[in-house]
Write a protein that binds this ligand. Structure first.
Ligand code: ADP
Ligand code: MG
Length: 334
């Protein structure tokens, strides 16, 4: 059983950034307005996420890392959000099978924080011979999740990471994307033991200024907004796209569907082809698109990591978005 779980987990989490993405999403789901990330050795030695969100009930801590049995299933309200976010309930479970995982959390109602350590889906004693039960500790409202020694028990995978700087930049990139998308939330990301920040976004920063801070002035100064809605197809889309005066060697695309950062080759290809009529040969755009689709129309289970999504009426929706982008590009004098 343990081996099977370990293999399954290793398919969901292939690199530190995949664990990080899940932890970021959980922190956002918890209604946090501040999310801090600390990274050691590209996330292989340690990934630590501290949020100021709802916290986790002490009573839920025992089952936190069991697959599909998390607290989300307990209330009707949560059942509705399952559709929105693509319920799987297995991120923490997966992480606990391939890393050392500890959680310190405090809800508004609790008069202290609780700390627990997990392995293979279950609570374990922090020290051999001790109690596995959550321990009362001092702490503020919110949750701190520490993932250490990722792939410690999958040496072949662990060895595949020669360059931890590359993993760190993937982590920074992902934090940056969520920082751009999550209005009203402060984000920071840095290497452990260093004071200089890789990402530092204040909660009050506007979307355009978030882009400016993360991708620079050159991009931010050339952005045009777009915003469309189609009731028949049941979707809304908006975003920021570079105009025809701006071009880069490789397309930078941030795509969020129902507030999840995802990939869609179909959308990327379609928008690249729209831009190809406006940009010099070899030039590419910066595109930030956020789409909201009625949850039941989105299939997030195409791939366990949700890196590629499919959705109902995909072709028509992509066409609408491409038309909107085309119109914007054509309307701006170059
Ligand atoms: P899922 O997010 O799909 O439910 P996860 O394994 O990612 O599955 O998380 C399990 C559950 O743990 C979540 O549903 C949530 O109730 C709780 N949880 C995880 N991280 C946090 C957090 N940072 N703050 C509050 N609750 C959390
Ligand atoms: Mg989750």
């Amino acid at each position: 059983q343990t081996v099977v779980n370990k293999i399954a987990a290793g398919e969901i989490i292939v690199a530190p950034v995949h664990a990080l993405k899940e932890l970021l999403e959980n922190a956002v789901d918890a209604g946090s307005t501040s999310i801090e990330v600390v990274v050691k050795d590209g996330g292989l030695k340690m990934l630590q996420i501290t949020d100021n969100g709802s916290g986790i009930n002490k009573d839920d801590m025992g089952i936190l890392c069991e697959r599909f049995t998390t607290s989300k299933l307990k209330t009707f309200e949560d059942l509705a959000s399952i559709g929105t976010y693509g319920f799987r309930g297995e991120a923490l479970a997966s992480i606990s099978h391939i890393a050392h995982l500890s959680v310190t959390t405090r809800t508004k109602e609790s008069d202290c924080a609780w700390r627990a350590v997990y392995s293979d889906g279950k609570l374990i004693p922090p020290k051999p011979g001790g109690s596995a039960e959550p321990k009362a500790v001092a702490g503020r409202q919110g949750t701190q999740i520490t993932v250490e020694d990722l792939f410690y028990n999958v040496p072949s995978r662990r060895r595949a990471f020669r360059n931890t700087n590359e993993e760190y930049s993937k982590v920074l990139d992902m934090v940056g994307k969520y920082a751009i998308h999550c209005d009203g939330v402060a984000f920071s990301c840095k290497k452990h033991g260093e004071s200089s920040m890789g990402v530092a976004i204040q909660s009050a920063a506007k979307t355009i200024d978030r882009v400016r801070q993360i991708y620079g002035n050159a991009v931010a100064n050339e952005l045009i907004p777009f915003d469309i809605e189609d009731q028949k197809l049941g979707f809304k889309a908006n975003g920021l796209i570079t105009n025809a005066n701006y071009s880069i060697k490789k397309t930078t695309m941030l795509l969020f569907i129902n507030h999840r950062c995802v990939e869609s080759t179909a959308i990327r290809k379609s928008l690249e082809s729209v831009y190809s009529a406006f940009l010099p040969k070899g030039g590419h755009p910066y595109i930030y698109v956020t789409i909201e689709i009625e949850p039941h129309r989105v299939d997030v289970n195409v791939h366990p990591t949700k890196r590629e999504v499919n959705f109902l009426h995909e072709d028509e929706i992509i066409e609408k978005i491409s038309d909107a982008v085309q119109e914007k590009l054509a309307a701006v004098d170059t």
